[in-house]
Design a protein around this ligand. Sequence first.
Ligand code: NOJ
Length: 545
Amino acid sequence: MSDSPWWRDAVIYQVYIRSFADADGDGIGDIAGIRERLPYLAALGVDALWINPWYASPQADAGYDVADYRAIEPAYGTVADAEKLIVDAHEHGLRLVPDIVPNHTSDQHVWFRAALADEPGARARYVFRPGSGPDGAEPPNNWRSHFGGPAWTRVADGSWYLHLFDPGQPDLNWANPEVAAEFEAVLRFWFDRGVDGFRIDVAHGLVKDPALPDLTDPRDQLGRSYPAGGHPYVDREGVEEIYEAWRRVADSYPGERMFVAEAWTPAPERLARYVAPGRLHTAFNFDYLVAPWDPAALREAIDVTTGHLRAAGAPATWVLSNHDVVRHPSRYGRPTTEREEVPTSTVARDGATDLVLGTRRARAALLLEAALPGGMYVYQGEELGLPEVEDIPDDARQDPTWQRSGFTVRGRDGARVPLPWSATAGTSAGFSPPGATAPWLPQPAGWTDYAADRQEGDPDSVLELYRAALRRRRAHPALGDGDMAWVSAPGDAVLHLRREPGFACVVNLGLEPVDLPAHDEVLLASVPLEGGRLGPDAAVWLAVS
Ligand code: NOJ
């Protein structure tokens, strides 16, 4: 691997804290659970951990509704526990990147309580407006919440507040300098405690058109039907100034602190604005995530996004799954090559998933992803080959989408089921200690088949494939940051790329086995080769001269 700054080619493991490991037996993951599993994470070969929001929160949206940015959710631990985790992670060679949620607070945040009490200046930190229609009884405009229903809720005195997500997540007014000052102070609070960076939630959404005009198409929440920067709340001009100020804060600390933006932009070239010099370090490459398992689509996503990000001087990032989308072994096992337009609220189509096929493709996808230049993300459990859980009982669902959509959209719980650590020890497949309360989301039958301790040492397991790939990626001088070149032609069913010195990755997305190109050695294969040939939906890493 190269010796460029760590964030240019890091493997960052996403810890969805609620579902990672429960040390105290209440059925909810916690900071102590993460600390216990640091040796596992170090052995997996990742470089850093992104931790989903760990702040004090009523959990209206699984912690993305923050009541206090300087306190830890009591079910997860304390600020002292977080400090211990930062120290322990660093001792294991792992950096720590928590989430920050600047678009909205919880409705239980002290600022919003003050706004409800109409204290002087308090409402100006949020987006309050009179209603429309007779007696102002209708919302101020036609904006919709991402979780369903209007994006406005009326308060006791008759005015309305904006929430692009749950009513428990009022949007902040970033035109108010108090808001910017507060978030810079929060960044410093955690940088002072040693965190290595932040994942920025809804990074594209902080700046709103002050006129709050109706949407021409209320379903267009990604801005695709608007000219660049013309949507009233997606990807507007002005976000870059916020991030330039944040970059100055990060750069005032030693040790290469970094930001990664969750920015859903209408077109990939708009992403480059977030990572231009003096702004954020990296941004998630969702174009790659939403690409179907199809050679032309994958190649295009790789070329287009890499091109735009590299032109801005930023490394690409590669991500296949996270807590908002259907896990990729299930996506790749569906009989479709459609692009998922709004992957944040995708729902698996019951009964239509071929998991044997999807898992085979997911193994190949890992070798492709880990061979590409830039950084990559691993969503917890993907190293165990976990599929989407498609049969969570409806009365156990926790995602606000289910209720807000009038019980029509099942939402994202299927990607958030607590991890299976052990086939034999503990409670809930080893997620909790013996005798613990049931986990906050039920695990399906057969979950222990995926348990980490069942896979450990089995050379055919997904876990051992991840370990081998990440170990090789770290050790090989051609991998990580740098350049790549296609050997295969556009339109080929085989993707064949080269990196120097002496490395090739070949992925067969066709229907028939193919011969391997000339090589010195097979370094790693996603499945055994078939008589020296690469079967369909399989990938191989080669040493080449
Ligand atoms: C994106 C997060 O990943 C998602 O889980 C959350 O619901 C929204 N932002 C709102 O914070």
